[in-house]
Write a protein that binds this ligand. Structure first.
Ligand code: SF4
Ligand code: ZN
Length: 284
């Protein structure tokens, strides 16, 4: 438990005076991060956002009760919002539309894109300095590995806390648990007696299989040589900080529908494109 607290405490990507917005899902890692950060950061400089996707049977309201109660007790601001409120449709509706339109888009793609957009927009509009997410070491290594296998340097940079900020509209996302193994988060949560999301997302089986395969492969490597994941992430950090982050990548253009940043060579962001393809984009 102490190692988890120490890792967050010595994480250098936020300062005591930063206003931090923590994105809390019903998962154990975000509960762990909330528990640690609320002990070491001033409550007046901390906010929490929970976003309900609107997935049938996935009972987020019950699962975040502890967070909402803790926020009230600690005097931490809390925003509770949903996909429905932000884009006019819940995830279940978007998935049904996607199936009807014969689009081969996984629910997780919609889910991740819309969630990131909502959290970033709230953080920007409410004047937060950083967004905190609860990605752990296992998540980070899997993501870096996937981006490398795909040869996607832009994504590798954008998912890294020290990568260049390619738009002023992005609030920097930092990940204080990125050097903490998933099992350490699980032990912390268990020892603290947290009750977290017991219902599994029904779309979990549609998760990209590449991630599942890489996850299994990395666990095997870690089993044979403990410390492999940490060593790999240290290597990625060094690569990005020393050699890549100042590569002079131009700022991102703006989506003509939603006004959020989009990839180079695009005029419409991927989120708006997909919403439009399933007839769910409010073009007014
Ligand atoms: Fe979203 Fe996919 Fe996770 Fe379900 S499994 S919450 S759809 S990212
Ligand atoms: Zn857009």
């Amino acid at each position: 438990m102490l190692r988890v607290v120490n890792e967050v405490r010595r994480y250098e990507m936020f300062h005591p005076n930063d206003r931090l917005l923590l994105a809390v899902s019903g998962g154990k890692d975000s509960f762990v991060l909330f528990d640690v950060i609320s002990r070491i950061h001033k409550p007046s400089k901390l906010g929490v956002i929970t976003v309900s996707e609107g997935i049938e049977g996935y009972n987020r309201d019950e699962d975040v009760v502890w967070v909402l109660k803790s926020c009230r007790e600690l005097g931490v601001d809390c925003v509770k919002t949903s996909f429905k409120e932000a884009v006019g449709h819940d995830l279940k509706d978007l998935v049904e539309r996607s199936i009807k339109s014969n689009l081969n888009v996984s629910p997780c793609t919609f889910c991740g894109m819309i969630r990131r957009r909502i959290v970033n927009r709230y953080a920007r509009e409410l004047g937060y300095d950083k967004v905190l997410t609860a990605h752990n070491l296992d998540d980070e290594v899997q993501t870096a590995f996937i981006n490398m296998l795909r040869g996607d340097l832009n994504r590798l940079l954008q998912s890294h806390p020290k990568g260049p900020r390619l738009s002023d509209l992005f609030v920097r996302r930092v990940k204080p648990l990125r050097k903490v193994y998933e099992w350490e988060c699980a032990v912390y949560a268990y020892l603290r007696g947290f009750k977290f999301q017991e219902v599994e997302c029904p779309y979990i089986l549609s998760r990209p299989t590449l991630r599942a395969k890489i996850r299994e492969y990395l666990y095997r490597l870690e089993g044979v040589k403990p410390g492999t994941l940490l060593g790999f992430l240290d290597f990625v950090d060094e690569l990005i900080v020393k050699y890549v982050s100042n590569a002079g990548i131009p700022p991102l253009p703006i989506c003509r529908f939603c006004g959020e940043p989009t990839a180079h060579n695009r005029t419409i962001c991927k989120t708006c494109e997909l919403l439009s393809k399933v007839g769910a984009l409010d073009e007014g």
